[in-house]
Structure formats: C-alpha cells, structure tokens
Write a new protein. Structure first.
Length: 341
C-alpha cells in the first residue's frame, strides 16, 4: 500500500507521458486511487484493453487545471466534490452522461444525478452526527446539539472542513430549509458556546477514546472506521431531518480526447462490484440499486431510498458566492464564543 501511495504521489510531481490511446483520470490520490485502480480501471482494461493514467490532486486542483485549459482538457474523466463542480455546471464545462453511453446509469438513484445530467455520484458520503452509543443510546435528530445535558462534551466542524454543511443542516432544522442560512447562523451561535471545540475529523478519534466528547458533527463514514478499528460503540446518526449529502461526483470535461473510454470508466464505476468495493472499504454508499451489503455497514452510510430522499442538499452556488463573507462572519461571531458556557 505504501508503495502504491508513493507511486501515486510521484505522478503528481512529474509529467507522465500519455499515448494517444491513454485514458487520463483525475482522481484524489493515495489509497482512494488504489481502490479506483483495482475496482474500476483494472476490470475495464481487462475488458477493453488500452492504457489508463491517473493524475492525482484535490478537487480544487483538478478543476483549476481544467480552467487553465478548457479547450484541451488535461483529463478525460475526473472525480470532483460538489462544491467545486457547481462552477463547472454554471459554465457548461461537462459532457452529458446518458444511459445510451453509460448503461449502468439506468440503475442510479435519482439523487445521484447532478448538474442537469452532466455529473453522477459514483458513491455517497454524508455529514451527520457521530456519537458514542455507550453514553447516548441513539441520536435521531440534529437537535441533540441544543441539549443542555451535553454542554462541553461535543465537537462542531470548523469552517474549513464541514462548517458550511452544518450551517445548512441547522437552516433546515431551525428554519425553512438548507438555503435559510440566516437561521443556520442564529442556531450555530447558540450551539457554539456549548461545544468543547471546533474539531476536524482527523482530530476526533482520541477525544472519543478518552471520553472527552460523546458526539461530533463529522463525515459519517468515520463512525464505521472507528467502530471497525476498536471503538465498536461509535455509531453514525441518521437524523430525521436528513443527513447532508456529500456525493463523490464523476464528470467528463467537454472536449475530452477519449470520450468513449471516459464513458466506459463511468459505467464501470457504477457497476455493482465497484460499488460494493467502495462501500466496503470507505463506507461510501452505493449510488445504484442492486448492491447487497452487510446490515452493520448499511447503518454507517446513507444507504436506503428513504435516506437518499431525505438528504439535505446545500445550495453551493450561493455558498461559494458568499464564502469570503461567511468566513469573516464565522471568525467574528462563532470562533470567539466556542466553549464559553
């Protein structure tokens, strides 16, 4: 695994010559790329032949490369986060993804289709509440954030991770919906003084281990990682108001040199074996029907039709347009009061 990760990193540092028939895939690096290769690329190449090159990078990096060369896209297909992809939707930068080109798209949940059919979720994560079930038997609502019984022993995501997602959730819980950001701000101003800290996902496991926090807003799949890594009491909540959707999108830039093979890549990514692998390894929920998973794993992801129907979907066009002002407001209204109660 270390060798694979090292090789992936080298790809981002040196130019990898690509032949005319190479499919170029923009992906996220590290172990994610190992899973992409084993479960999407290798089966596709076994069936169709040809070469595939992975260019790793964050969604922001991938999109910046595309914007620098929109008439000659540097990749043929790429993974993107939704908050980045919305700018591409607005500019019409992506090819339509249709059933005639991608037959497995017929099995996709309606909630998996984005950008008027120019993007499809390869899988789903969710931002939600992860909790210690030995202290709280069950969490069913975002309203647990307002419960005075837990003052000083929970964490809220910082702005530079999932903060905007949490604002959208609170807008749904305390206001008219995910777009009601003013209600979200008002609710967060009430929650922040009761929180122990603003914690990134990577910082929270030791706090759960020591019992310093009993719940946190975070990426839901982390509950499965902790539960299978020695903390079986850690669970992921499925609030009645909904989890916040985090789709792992696939898009094909307009003008892609290897359009047919890009569609073949997306089709393989939506196959049941690939979907099963990503669910098993990442607790990343399938975006298509027909995938059979262990019930314990299903509980750690948005996995049912009901889960998908209730997903909270922030308006990323609006959020991105106001992000600088939001960050300033976060720094002046939220940060100073965290943990003050």
């Amino acid at each position: 695994m270390k060798l694979a990760v090292t090789l992936s990193a080298l790809v981002s540092l040196i130019a990898v010559p690509a032949t005319a028939q190479d499919l170029i895939v923009g992906s996220w690096g590290g172990v994610w790329d190992d899973t992409v290769k084993a479960n999407i690329i290798d089966p596709m190449v076994a069936e169709t032949g040809g070469e595939v090159t992975i260019v790793p990078g964050t969604s922001t990096e991938q999109f910046a490369r595309l914007l620098a060369n929109p008439s000659a896209p540097p990749v043929d297909v790429m993974f993107l986060d939704l908050d980045v992809a919305v700018a591409g939707f607005a500019q019409g930068l992506f090819e339509p993804i249709t059933v005639d080109k991608v037959p497995n798209l017929a099995n996709a949940y309606p909630a998996a289709i984005y950008g008027d059919g120019t993007a499809v979720a390869q899988s789903f994560g969710a931002i939600t509440i992860v909790y210690d079930s030995s202290v709280i038997p069950e969490v069913t609502s975002w309203n647990v954030l307002f419960d005075p019984a837990f003052v000083g022993n929970f964490s809220v995501s910082p702005f530079d991770t999932w903060g905007a997602y949490v604002l959208s959730a609170l807008g749904s819980v305390k206001g008219s919906g995910p777009g009601d950001m003013e209600s979200g701000w008002k609710a967060l101003a009430e929650v922040a003084p009761r929180a122990l800290l603003l914690g990134r996902d990577s910082e929270l496991r030791p706090l759960f281990e020591r019992g310093e926090i009993v719940f946190a807003t975070m990426y839901g799949g982390e509950a499965y990682v902790m539960a299978t890594g020695g903390l079986p009491q850690i669970k992921m909540a499925k609030p009645v108001e909904g989890m916040i959707a985090v789709p792992n999108l696939l898009v094909i830039p307009k003008g892609a040199k290897n359009l047919d093979r890009a569609y073949a890549f997306v089709n393989q990514a939506l196959s049941v074996p690939a979907q099963t692998a990503f669910a098993t390894e990442y607790a990343s929920a399938p975006s298509v029907t027909g995938v059979t998973l262990d019930p314990a794993l299903l509980a750690a992801m948005p996995a049912t039709a009901e889960d998908f129907a209730s997903l909270i979907k922030p308006d990323w066009s609006e959020i991105n347009a106001g992000k600088d002002a939001m960050l300033q407001r976060w720094n002046t209204e939220i940060l100073p009061v965290v943990g003050s109660e």
